[in-house]
Design a protein. Structure first.
Length: 122
């Protein structure tokens, strides 16, 4: 996992979108954001660090609840403006614990429902 942070193209807010996938299943776990410091810490510790846009602070995944994520690989896209992290999660994401597929809004009611992959691609 050698990445030249100086070559990464962070946006005007100093952030970079990060796709996080389970290394075993390639299931997308989340889309998060990193700044240069959180990327540096992720590469140094092999655990995920993100930038919390709502709190404007670094966020070490698993620091509070212990569900840390062991990073297996970090790759940069060809434009150097997004990265993908493959990892081994210690536990399922809290928000998706019952069914880890993405959720979609079912309409204007504000209710959310789980869609299984075969419903999306069938």
């Amino acid at each position: 996992m050698t990445i030249a942070i100086a070559e990464i193209k962070f946006d005007e807010q100093g952030l970079l979108p990060v796709i996080v996938q389970d290394a075993n299943t390639l299931q997308v776990l989340t889309l998060a954001y990193m700044n240069a410091e959180s990327l540096r810490r992720t590469l140094e510790t092999n655990e995920t660090w993100f930038w919390s846009r709502s709190r404007s602070s670094l966020w070490h995944k698993g620091e509070i609840f212990g569900n840390k994520q062991r990073v297996v690989d970090v790759t940069v896209d060809c434009d150097h403006d997004a990265i993908r992290i493959l990892l081994y999660p210690k536990a399922q994401p809290v928000t998706l614990a019952r069914n880890p597929a993405f959720t979609t809004n079912s309409g204007c009611t504000g209710e959310w429902r789980i869609r299984k992959p075969r419903q999306i691609w069938a």
